[in-house]
Write a protein of this length. Sequence first.
Length: 392
Amino acid sequence: MTKRTSPLSDKDNASYADFIKWHETSWYGAPGADALLPLISSRYTVEEAELLTGIPFGPKTVDFLADLKKLDKGELRRRLDELAHKGLVYRFDREGTTYYSVNDIFMLMRTSSWPGGKEESDRQFAELSDRYFPEFMKPWENVQEKGLRVLPINAVIEDNHSVLPYEESRKVLDSYTYFCVTHCPCRMKKALATGVPDKNPTEVCLHFDRLARYVVENGLGREITRREAEEILENCADLGLIHAISNQQQATDTICNCCSCCCMWFESVRRLKHAGGLVPSNFHINVTQETCTGCGLCVKRCPMDALQLEDAPEAKGRKTTVTDTQGNKKLLVNKSGKVARANADLCIGCGVCAHKCPSRTLTLRRNTSDHHPPETARDWAIQFTTQRNAAR
């Protein structure tokens, strides 16, 4: 990563401005161009910015790009491969041909922290990212279909027959053959920008197939097995992290494990007052108050403050018997005289509260009406662009 140590010349500023203007032609654009300049100049050298200006954001062969840039094909390939290792260029192979494209601003904010670096340059980028965050998130302010959708914890769903294939984590994993894990860019940047490490692990972002191969081949993350991916999901559920998947039904490439204190989608609601963050699942929490012991664990684990304890004097001293997975029975007693109550309007249907409920009082129940995510990434992009343009 580039560490800026001297002021930019007028020529340098002009080169970076041209590069930012080129980003305006991408699907995400270059929101807050003036605020973006310090971030761009910290991540790219002037030479890199000049080379990438004009290179499409969609995949092209090196032959096409060499003709476009009037450069030697071998030299251009070498330079593009170097930039892929820095997370600035996307590279993949298809039927024996290599394709390259420039990573847009949205992708840049992810790739820069995937390796989990903690050098001074990483801290500088994190601080600049935090300053740029309000501008960066503006395109999402009035967009219904966000980039991530809540993936419910299936073990706490009342009726598993109601779960659609794109809502079931194991079926999602079944559709892939290659897996990798990276560090969470939100958690990494927040920790570096504030100087306060997060209590949760950072190496929890899962990627699949083409994106995963790009990540591993360029040293941005590490390859894992299918079982390791399942173990990460299980551990994150235990910790109270929210599973969130690429917001489309087909060919999803990422599952994040989000916390409400760092995730960009939660930040957009709490810090920027956006109407919505993560797209909720098709489930909501259901509380069986008759078996609630009033322990309050669900209140602590809920990322949306959608649960609270209310007085229930008749519940004090009430006994509930639960059976664990080994068949052992345990007697629980309501000592507080309180029971949990849910606010359905705030619930996003993640299930992290029910996952650890000792009396199994909480379950995820299907909503009365479903919200279906876009079928493909292309469908999602069309909806995003339409909604964003309509809000302008």
